[in-house]
Design a protein around this ligand. Sequence first.
Ligand SMILES: Cc1cc2nc3c(=O)[nH]c(=O)nc-3n(C[C@H](O)[C@H](O)[C@H](O)COP(=O)(O)OP(=O)(O)OC[C@H]3O[C@@H](n4cnc5c(N)ncnc54)[C@H](O)[C@@H]3O)c2cc1C
Length: 448
Amino acid sequence: MSVESHVDVLVIGAGPAGLMCAHGLKRAGVNVRVIDKRPKKVAAGQADGIQPRTIEVLQSYGLAERLLREGNQMHMAGFYNPSPKGGIERTGRAADVTAPTARYPFEVTLHQGAIEAIFLDSMREMGLEVDRPIVPSALELSTDEKVLKDPNSYAVKATLNHLDSEDGKTETGVVEIVHAKYVLGSDGAHSWVRKTMGINMDGEQTDYIWGVVDLVPKTDFPDIRNRCAIHSNNGSCMIIPREGDKVRLYIQLSENDVVVDRATGRVDKEKTKVGPEELLEVGRKSLSPYKIDKVGDIDWWTIYLIGQRVASKFSVHERVFIAGDACHTHSPKAGQGMNASMNDTHNLIWKLTHVLRQWADISLLKTYEFERRKYAQDLIEFDKKFAKLFSGKPRSDEFQDGVSHEEFLEAFQTFGGFTSGIGITTRPHLHLLFPTSWNQSTNPSLIV
Ligand SMILES: Cc1cc2nc3c(=O)[nH]c(=O)nc-3n(C[C@H](O)[C@H](O)[C@H](O)COP(=O)(O)OP(=O)(O)OC[C@H]3O[C@@H](n4cnc5c(N)ncnc54)[C@H](O)[C@@H]3O)c2cc1C
């Protein structure tokens, strides 16, 4: 069976980037459709940190109140280093956010599934649901210059295949043709849209492997309700206090700890011997002499592989865009993944709306890549510096080249404006908006 339809914007992938986009466009009255290959939304785990600037952005869409109600506020950071007596000791504490002008000067931690639920419920009230499980199988972009120049032409033809709602894999035989004016690929780090449009990921091929465990702890560790960076002679670990009594432990692993399936670029969890108990054991060693155990079962865990890469471009002819993990990946240490992804599409929502309404020239859409790719490159640079400090051996009498507490704290505070999102600025780019042939009288409708 095959059906054919028309839509202004087709969003492929309903993670944080796609949901932000679909929600914002729907709120602006745009005809938008959002699809996802998963039969159900994320239930627990994955990303969990919302930065001060992202809280402001969510507030502008009327979504911050529920986030603040359900999430945990993280105000303080603790720093632990090796103690001369053995084990670790606290070497300092600082405000978790160094952004004095922030309206919300703290981070909110809440699992990705709960954050996605905030968007989904608000979308439902506006009559928009995610269509799932559906995958695209073809994407054709018009090559006709006239079509591409017309902001209201249906320049993209997408073929969508419906999958079985139980297993999320078997094709049901329902195939749709969707004619879209614009398409967003917000389909994650292994983005089908990015690959189909021939966009490369630039960056070194080194991948970092992270172990993550979410649990309710039973512990004598004094800073368990603060974000903590722990440098111990038994490895580094990060503690993130979460909603309710939950706590997340981030543990960096090495290639020797896991088996990577090179064909998919993912950790082969069946062949990998490290599981949640082993991850907790690494956490225990890092925290010694403090004790940590779990109350009840481990809530969620993962081992995932992530590289520091940015896509070579963020759009094709400003008709097919990519956003979020589809165009930038980095480590989870500074809690930027979900924030960067949602802020990509926050940048795109108003621009698409203005262009579709013909309040702005179509060239406005070029500023999306200009602004967000520069930001993503800065993020990778920051991530590389921070990763070196976080993963480096702690300084000691025997290891004078190691990372000192002062060095780590300085970096943490220096980058505060960037990591909070409050200090992010954009370079002027008038040359993109006002090509040399442009003048006010010939294009008075341009609003930027
Ligand atoms: C297993 C895992 C664990 C993670 N753990 C952490 C963590 O501990 N801490 C942290 O900060 N970050 C973590 N991340 C990263 C974090 O989830 C992302 O940075 C963030 O969610 C980015 O949002 P996004 O919307 O760009 O992509 P995603 O959240 O990946 O969303 C992409 C969406 O697209 C859908 N999709 C994918 N392919 C297709 C397709 N072909 N057709 C239709 N739909 C498709 C997916 O089902 C998904 O819903 C994790 C990611 C994964 C996958």
